[in-house]
Design a protein around this ligand. Structure first.
Ligand SMILES: C[S@@+](CC[C@H](N)C(=O)[O-])C[C@H]1O[C@@H](n2cnc3c(N)ncnc32)[C@H](O)[C@@H]1O
Length: 271
């Protein structure tokens, strides 16, 4: 029986996957996905996840980022192991798909853009998070313009989620896809955070269009005042607008003029 084109493609993907050094390392280390090494690299370099921190992991399944966050926050023990190492740290993981349990991680199954699900996350958090992680991948249709719009909408939804659940001064690590919409997303992050860096960790495949944006110093009032794009006059280089529209490099808040609040953004703000 001859194999279909799709079967041949799947076979080639499986062979490449099994040869991948990060896949092999993840398997031997007990991590659920090779994606863990992207987070690990960024965390080692930028000390993202602190012991005792409160973290939300959006698009968490199968769970390697949550596994890693749990190890960092609780220092190897569970949340309630009583040794005090993890303090009152907390990890809330959200995904459309089911995810097997991880010690110290509260899993909520659902769409985080759904107001009821976001409210569940807030309730589970008990206090605003210090860090939001997003390794979300939108379902792709293969139609370029539709996929870009979907990816962009997802990023604005992440920002809207930050406005509800991230504490002022908090951080966001979010996966974006290079493309037409990426500069607008980047500009919106520039307006809402003190600093934004674009990162391509070694475990991110070179041919993949994904880039991770690490945004720190969240302006807590970033989206609560309609129309001003969240640029509330905190420190920043207000004279330099030269970085507007860039996705790469590092920027400070105030480098870029705040883009106009658009329908997509306000449509995803569920308060
Ligand atoms: C690349 S995977 C995440 C891998 C994960 N970081 C890990 O280390 O195991 C992306 C996930 O995003 C989830 N996702 C996409 N859109 C979502 C949404 N609106 N709400 C919740 N999860 C979503 C998908 O179901 C998928 O499991």
């Amino acid at each position: 029986m001859t194999r279909s084109r799709k079967q041949r493609q799947t076979g080639r993907w499986a062979a490449r996957h099994n040869r991948d050094r990060f896949v092999r390392q993840a398997r031997s280390g007990g991590w659920r996905a090779r994606a863990v090494f992207k987070l690990e690299e960024i965390d080692r370099k930028y000390q993202l996840i602190k012991p005792g921190a409160t973290v939300v992991d959006l698009g968490a399944a199968p769970g390697s980022w949550s596994q890693y966050a749990a190890a960092r926050i609780y220092g190897g023990g569970g949340r309630d192991d009583g040794d005090g190492a993890g303090g009152d740290g907390r990890i809330i993981a959200v995904d459309l798909r089911d995810m097997p349990a991880i010690d110290g991680v509260d899993f909520i199954r659902g769409d985080f853009t759904d107001a009821a699900v976001a409210a569940q996350v807030e309730a589970a958090l008990q206090r605003p998070a210090a860090l939001v992680l997003s390794d979300l991948s939108p379902d792709l249709s293969g139609i370029r313009s539709a996929d870009q719009a979907r990816a962009e909408a997802l990023q604005y939804a992440v920002l809207a989620f930050c406005a509800r659940a991230l504490r002022p001064g908090g951080g966001l690590l979010t996966k974006v896809f290079a493309g037409e919409a990426a500069p607008a997303v980047r500009a919106r992050l520039d307006a809402c955070f003190d600093t934004v860096r674009a990162l391509k960790p070694a475990a991110s495949r070179a041919q993949s269009r994904e880039v991770y944006l690490l945004a720190r110093g969240f302006a807590g009032d970033a989206e609560t005042a309609p129309g001003d794009g969240g640029n509330h006059g905190k420190s920043g280089n207000h004279g330099n607008h030269g970085n507007h529209g860039k996705i790469d490099g590092e920027t400070n808040r105030g480098d870029a003029p705040a883009p106009a609040r658009n329908d997509l953004y306000s449509a995803t703000v569920a308060r």
